[in-house]
Design a protein around this ligand. Sequence first.
Ligand code: CP
Length: 305
Amino acid sequence: LRHLLTLEGLPRETICRLLDRAGHIRDAALGRTTQRRSSLVGTTVCTLFFEPSTRTRSSFQIAAQRLGADVLNFDASTSSTRKGETARDTLKNLEAMGVRGFVVRHAEDGAVEALAAAAGEGTTLVNAGDGRSAHPTQGLLDALTLRQAKGPDFSRLKVLIVGDVKHSRVARSDLHALRTLGTGEIRVCGPASLLPDADTLAGCEVGQDFDAMLEGVDAVMMLRLQRERMEEGLIASIDEYHNDYGLTAQRLTRAAKEAVVLHPGPINRGVEITDEVADGPQSLVLRQVSNGVAIRMAVLEMLLG
Ligand code: CP
């Protein structure tokens, strides 16, 4: 594998190998503040982000540094992007400086794939989120988090994805990972205005009644309401959205007793999830974040090591 652009079509063995490796890295790192390895010594990795990020960017930086790489954090807001330089020219110029690995986030669907097509032979790209299309390392870290909580047999799991599925690259990558890993039942729930096309939802049970869809699920994957990608009028009001699709402690009792709750962040507290649930005993939100470092180490090691 030269680039990681999407989980769609990625073989199950490759996904399992990445999850195994990340699980091993995470176990080895437990109880230590840092664990430095040397597989990327001499390699320069650039986090090339044209959209904001806290978790993905920071965890890729930590992951690359823990593998011994030099890391360049490209800040679009203070770069020549502001003068109109294209993403392609930016990439080619950074390549000319010796950058070999690019972790790219962009607002447009397909932008990272287009940059990968323009990149030189020895260059590797990882998609850190493009438009609403794909966020493959989030899909992997969510799968790892579920596997740690529920075991490796996904065929026994009922998983519910809730909220703004239409605008969510996380949901698309989660769906690819869950299908490839053979998840027993995948349910998707949200208002009709925030559900994507039928192809995206193939094989899923789809509904708009959150309380009914929650019955007996083993995991609830909440999504952020992506107001920055949303046209006016897709939801009536934030209060109504919270009333219909907000995960409260009361609602969560409908799920299986040991059900776990995931959210990719950033959280709109009090909108898609209450503080009580986000910070409660069933929440794996911060476990997802720490798994993000291990997954990104496994991905960088596989592509660049
Ligand atoms: N989950 C996620 O992609 O978060 P950031 O936007 O902070 O990177």
